[in-house]
Design a protein around this ligand. Structure first.
Ligand code: FE2
Length: 270
């Protein structure tokens, strides 16, 4: 297990992110990838994707099913797909291991391999790959005081300029947020909505952070980051989760993700 030096801590405070190469061994990465393959092999298209009719009320029910599927996923292992990969009966149109955007959000609680890696995580979202537009995690995971969350982004394979590595605006973690994602009022057409709008960022502000397999990137809750679409032939699997500083911090009731009686947020320190 690697250690973090004072210089690295200083660098994290300056930049809002920190790259730690070779934090996990190749065997730890392979163990996570093998477990993921096992989970995906047993995966089926979720019920809300299986609508055989296309009348308007059915579409609304499907949208509602999709919202519920997302909002109640905090204490379950559920699958989230790229667009257009399932037909109206929930059958896969492409090999199912290539259909996923992410699996979330409670692998850390129920899967032994991921539990081992994230035994202290609050929120986790294993990602398969794909484009993520510029954002701050505090937009989606709101705390009071703001930004008291830390993202862990583990490269299970090399993440390169070609296959969608992370990009950051160094030092952007000090300017607050201008956009929040909150739960929509019941009866609304979407399950969440945005309050405010994202700042406009120039591409030239971002720097890429390629990282090799087993590397870890620590992400400040307010730093602006993104990843480009993976247009290459190589996959870019990552495992990512967040921890929150619980002391003197409140978790917004308006966040999409809420702890449940069955699965409260586990504590890192007792
Ligand atoms: Fe993020």
């Amino acid at each position: 297990m690697a250690f973090v030096t004072q210089d690295q801590i200083q660098k994290f405070h300056e930049d809002g992110f920190l790259l730690l190469e070779h934090f996990f061994t190749a065997e730890e990465c392979e163990s996570m990838r093998r477990q993921m393959q096992h989970i995906v092999a047993g995966m089926e298209g979720p019920p809300h994707c299986r609508t055989e009719f296309s009348t308007r009320p059915e579409e609304q029910l499907q949208a509602q099913g999709s919202s519920d599927y997302f909002l109640t996923s905090g204490d379950k292992i559920r699958f989230f797909f790229e667009k257009g990969v399932l037909d109206e009966r929930g059958n896969f149109l492409i090999p199912k291991e290539k259909s996923l955007s992410k699996i979330g959000h409670a692998l850390h609680a129920y899967d032994p391999v991921f539990k081992q890696i994230t035994h202290s995580s609050k929120v986790q979202q294993p990602r398969i790959g794909g484009e993520v537009t510029p954002h701050q995690d505090a937009t989606f995971l709101h705390t009071e005081p703001l930004g008291r969350i830390l993202g862990f982004w583990i490269a299970l394979e090399d993440a390169t300029l070609e296959n969608g590595c992370l990009w950051f605006i160094p030092g952007s973690h000090t300017s607050g947020i201008t956009r929040r994602m909150v739960r929509a009022a019941s009866g609304a057409s979407t399950c969440v909505e945005f309050v405010g709008s994202e700042r406009v960022y120039e591409d030239s502000q971002f720097i890429p952070l390629p990282i090799s397999k087993g590397g870890l990137i620590l992400i400040h809750g307010e730093v602006v980051h993104k990843s480009e679409q993976n247009c290459s032939e190589s996959s870019r699997h990552v495992f990512t989760f967040h921890v929150m500083e619980a002391k003197d911090t409140s978790w917004s009731k308006e966040n999409w993700l809420q702890p449940t009686p069955e699965l409260p947020f586990p504590s890192l320190y007792t």
